[in-house]
Design a protein. Structure first.
Length: 289
């Protein structure tokens, strides 16, 4: 009896060994090696030097150039997250009110871009946002602008394209939370005299908060660590943390400094996500207290 109990208790661990080995081999081990590499010094003539030093972290944290890059990256990620919330939540609510046939069509339209490579989508946007692209041409024909708007190689262009790239993740997260929502609660509030806006604000949105939070975490993390979109749309003028790390690895060949940038990006993402999670959880408890 005891042997059977032991075998059963160890079965989940045994079954999870392949996934655990994959996680360790493809994620944990490379991240540990990157963290170790960040504590090495670099010499332009001799390459990576043995030893242990904090000089890379000190040079990045005290250098105004890298501080500006980290602040710019955080600002872009925050803007993209807020815009995805403003657009994604109402869009998901509208989808929930549609008939099943139309809902399926619009789901394909919204989630279809996920089947296309980010690089391909970003290159398509670079054509649309160019000086002679469809956006500027349409605005000129409508008489809204007289000169082309400068959207390529700007922060605005990066935010626009990043919002399009990461919006489906917000919609998926909110939609998942919406499926757990009992629609009869909203109808009950309406029957008791609550206005539609009041029912939405007091009944629906608080229950969608976990989905909004999870979607915000996904969008923020992906936006802060994105490389293809800032590299293509932002170019050399809008440098973010991911492109800065790439330059150190492949242009300057300063691998320890590039590893330091990557580790700091990971830590910054972790701190922001955990802090926002705790803050929203506290507000969530206050709403339902």
């Amino acid at each position: 009896m005891s042997e059977t109990t032991v075998d059963r208790s160890g079965a989940p661990w045994f079954l999870s060994l392949p996934a655990l080995a994959l996680f360790l081999g493809l994620l944990a081990v490379p991240m540990i090696l990157t963290a170790v590499l960040s504590f090495h010094a670099f010499d332009g003539m001799q390459g990576i030097q043995p030893g242990f030093t904090f000089s890379n972290y000190v040079s990045i944290l005290t250098d105004g150039y890298y501080q500006e890059i980290f602040l710019r990256t955080g600002a872009i990620a925050l803007e993209v997250t807020v815009i995805c919330i403003v657009i994604g939540v109402p869009e998901t609510l509208i989808l929930a009110k549609m008939r099943p046939a139309w809902r399926g069509v619009f789901f394909v339209v919204i989630l279809g871009p996920l089947l296309i490579s980010v690089v391909v989508r970003t290159l398509g946007w670079s054509i649309l946002l160019g000086n002679d692209g469809m956006v500027n041409s349409t605005l000129r024909e409508l008489g809204i602008i007289s000169r082309p708007l400068r959207l390529m190689f700007t922060t605005t262009g990066v935010v626009i394209v990043s919002t399009h790239v990461f919006l489906p993740f917000m919609i998926i997260s909110v939609w998942t939370a919406l499926q757990k929502l009992d629609s009869q609660v909203e109808y009950a509030a309406r029957s008791l005299g609550a206005r539609p806006v009041t029912a939405l604000r007091r009944i629906v949105l608080p229950q969608l908060l976990p989905g909004i939070l999870s979607g915000s975490i996904i969008v923020f993390a992906l936006s802060a660590s994105a490389f293809a979109t800032p590299a293509i749309i932002g170019g050399r003028r809008v440098k973010v943390v991911a492109t800065a790390a790439y330059d150190e690895f492949f242009n300057s060949l300063n691998w320890p400094l590039g590893a330091t940038i990557a580790v700091l990006l990971l830590l910054a993402n972790f701190l922001v996500i955990v802090g926002c999670n705790r803050l929203v959880e506290r507000k969530f408890k206050q709403v339902f207290a």
